[in-house]
Design a protein around this ligand. Sequence first.
Ligand SMILES: [Zn+2]
Length: 385
Amino acid sequence: MTYDLILRGGRVIDPSQKLDAVTDVAFENGKVARVGPSLKGDAGTDVRDMAGAIVTPGLIDLHTHVYWGGTSLGIDAEDFCRQSGVTTAVDTGSAGPGNFAGFRKHVIEPSEVRILAYLHVSFAGIYAFSPRVMVGESEEIRLMAPVDAVEVANANRDIIVGIKVRIGARTSGRSGAAPLDIALQVAEEVGMPVMVHLDDPPPTYEEVIARLRPGDVLTHAFRPYPNTPATAQGTVKQVALDARRRGVLFDIGHGKGSFAFKTARVMLANGFLPDTISSDVHTLCINGPAFDQVTTMSKFLCLGMPLIDVIAASTANAAFALKRPELGSLKPGSVGDATILSVKDGRFDYVDVVGEHLVGEQRIFSDGVVIAGRWWHPTSAFKNT
Ligand SMILES: [Zn+2]
């Protein structure tokens, strides 16, 4: 057996196989080939010494906006993934059926990092999102494009993983929850989950969550008041507990306006961990308060969520939401993506979307990325001599 790459002697944390051990990981032909001690390569094998580092499956950021150049909120996926240890960036609704072809051809296909997408049910996706021009794409009901969305989703099933819709006072306005009902019809027709963004009421939290089916994803799940899942009494709303019981998934989607420490403290104190941690990175939050995936993960670590759970929420759980079990795992045969992390002690300042600061004692850093079985970034790091 020859390997393209061996990551030697790191602390391998892979929640998909309940693994937390110092061992080696070998890659061959773009996939994970083997996990185990003392793996041997040959003269052509790239061997990287991982002593003291944490090796995880490639991080999945379940909520990003990476239609760079095609939409005003899109950031450059490769730049972002280099900084934040992400190997799969899931774009959520930047493109709709009217402009998905350009996203595919000009961004997704040339990209070295993996990009998957939720297709917006609104014709041109999130088309007017900037500091000076902000138009909710879901308010104009004439832009709802269920027939086109079904066609485009079916024609791009290798990349499109679900249907996105944004609702709330800021994004669907007078149309209320109607765009969600249309998105659900599309999702039903193509057999995919919906990811729904909810901002301020109307509609209410209760109205929205009652509509979601098993496998559907509520993003911005730990948002501040209003439409928050936490009650003023410090409990979790019964409708949220009921939704989790029937299989609705709760995604963080930090972003510019959608994550509050206050909400997170209540949820975590009640044992309600997020299913997935994601940054919702876009042009208006990449320089704060969201920054990136490892910063968002660090906030949860500092709020007391165990490291293993934080990693699961960025790997195996995200793969489950995507229905892509070959991602987010270091089981042999999985896609050959891995992320090298370190957790450093110190005093680190974090901020949420309402401006609350938290001084945390730990921070997760991204130190290296493997994509499709090759060391990707930074090129010379951890090289065995
Ligand atoms: Zn978003």
